[in-house]
Design a protein around this ligand. Structure first.
Ligand code: SAM
Ligand code: SF4
Ligand code: SF4
Length: 370
């Protein structure tokens, strides 16, 4: 879907009503706002910076994100006021899960202040939205306590290998895995749980780490989620042969530690869950390539400069920052969000096979936040 044109040209100033936005988008009482395929808007991922202190080879390869790479200027980033307004509006439309991401979100100065503001939001029925963050963990030892005190509920940390040489080769900035593991311990001590770990698996790079990772995080009691290496962006040189299918990941662990499938904990959950038959914990697999879950995708994303994306693989986003800096009212902002969601028809993972990578120019993972 192209979002270059406004989906709500004429209806911006109409009056609000209880189950319709001013642009007429339907908000189903039990489901929230529905898109063109009947999917509710439930999750909002907010990227707070496009910068990162890592150069993971599958996300921000050094050849592209080198010294002369032009990251966003400070005034291009959404301010905390702007992020809070967007989040508040999304929550009023049915979002009950907010995730802060990046780039590396802990690099954003004053991030605790933003967490505090978002933690104060309430859903229309008075609940605090689930507030989580995805981080590379490099600054958690320093930040975990303050994040928890500010109201962050949960944290997901990315760890692709426990082998230090391999971990450093993947992050490509010589960052030792021990410091990330220490950051995870700090997060646990601070009460930022349940902690989840993300591991992207790339064939020939870290597929040997599947079982050691599973054993390590099972023993610590954290849920590890394996993510199939995805064709996001245009800079990581993705080819299908590099993807280790979830079925293979599950098979490799099952051969050593028998697994059985378990039900999703909530509608729209991206990970398929498996538990160890001996009761020692669970893992998840996110099959973005081999098992599309577009039919239950309830997620929108806002980039650090305020573009609203309705799909991880979208080619363009809707400019919320322009609206905000133009002085829109709360109703108009609500109309903008609901208008974009209402016409949403994305299902890239379902149709990926019919496209070649060259057919579309996609935004980078570090820009949109994963
Ligand atoms: N810097 C933080 C981190 O690494 O956790 C947050 C942003 S990062 C873009 C969010 C997640 O996207 C990470 O778990 C990362 O491993 C994952 N990711 C990045 N590039 C990916 C790719 N090509 N395929 C699958 N997952 C990817
Ligand atoms: Fe940075 Fe996260 Fe991308 Fe790695 S995956 S380069 S830590 S944004
Ligand atoms: Fe959602 Fe797009 Fe991913 Fe499908 S491809 S699950 S619509 S983000």
């Amino acid at each position: 879907m192209s979002l270059d044109a406004s989906p709500f040209p004429d209806e911006r100033l109409a009056g609000a009503s209880s189950d319709r936005t001013t642009s007429g988008a339907r908000i189903l009482p039990s489901q929230g706002l529905a898109d063109a395929r009947g999917r509710a808007l439930r999750d909002l991922r907010i990227s707070v910076t496009d910068r990162c202190n890592f150069r993971c080879v599958y996300c921000m390869p050094k050849e592209i994100f080198g010294h002369d790479y032009q990251f966003m200027d400070r005034d291009e980033l959404l301010s905390f006021d702007e992020i809070e307004r967007i989040a508040r509006t999304a929550v009023s439309l049915g979002v009950d899960k907010l995730r802060i991401t990046g780039g590396e979100p802990l690099l954003r100065r004053g991030i605790e202040e933003l967490i505090k503001r978002l933690a104060a939001l309430r859903t229309p029925d008075g609940r605090k939205p689930d507030l989580a963050m995805t981080t590379n963990g490099s600054a958690l030892r320093v930040k975990a306590e303050a994040l928890r005190a500010a109201g962050l509920d949960r944290i997901t940390v990315s760890v692709d290998s426990l082998d230090d040489a391999k971990f450093q080769a993947i992050n490509d900035v010589r960052f030792p895995v021990s410091r990330v593991l220490d950051g995870i311990a700090a997060a646990a001590d601070a009460g930022l749980g349940p902690i989840k770990i993300n591991a992207v698996v790339k064939r020939g790079v870290n597929d040997d780490d599947i079982v050691p990772l599973a054993e390590h995080f099972r023993d610590l009691g954290y849920t590890l989620r394996f993510i199939e290496y995805m064709d996001v962006g245009s800079s990581n040189g993705w080819v299908l042969e590099d993807v280790v299918p979830s079925a293979e990941i599950v098979g490799r662990i099952d051969a050593v530690h028998p697994l059985e499938p378990i039900a999703a904990s909530r509608p729209g959950e991206t990970a398929k869950r498996w538990r160890y038959r001996d009761g020692s914990g669970e893992i998840g697999v996110i099959s973005s390539v081999t098992g599309a879950f577009c039919g239950s995708c309830t997620r929108a994303r806002v980039s650090a400069e305020g573009k609203l994306f309705t799909c991880l693989f979208a080619t363009s986003g809707f400019d919320l920052r322009a609206l905000l800096r133009d002085g829109v009212s709360d109703d108009q902002l609500r109309d903008a969000l609901s208008g974009v969601w209402r016409v949403r028809d994305d299902r890239y993972s379902e149709i990926r096979a019919a496209e070649t990578p060259q057919q579309r120019e996609r935004v980078e993972m570090s820009y949109i936040g994963g």
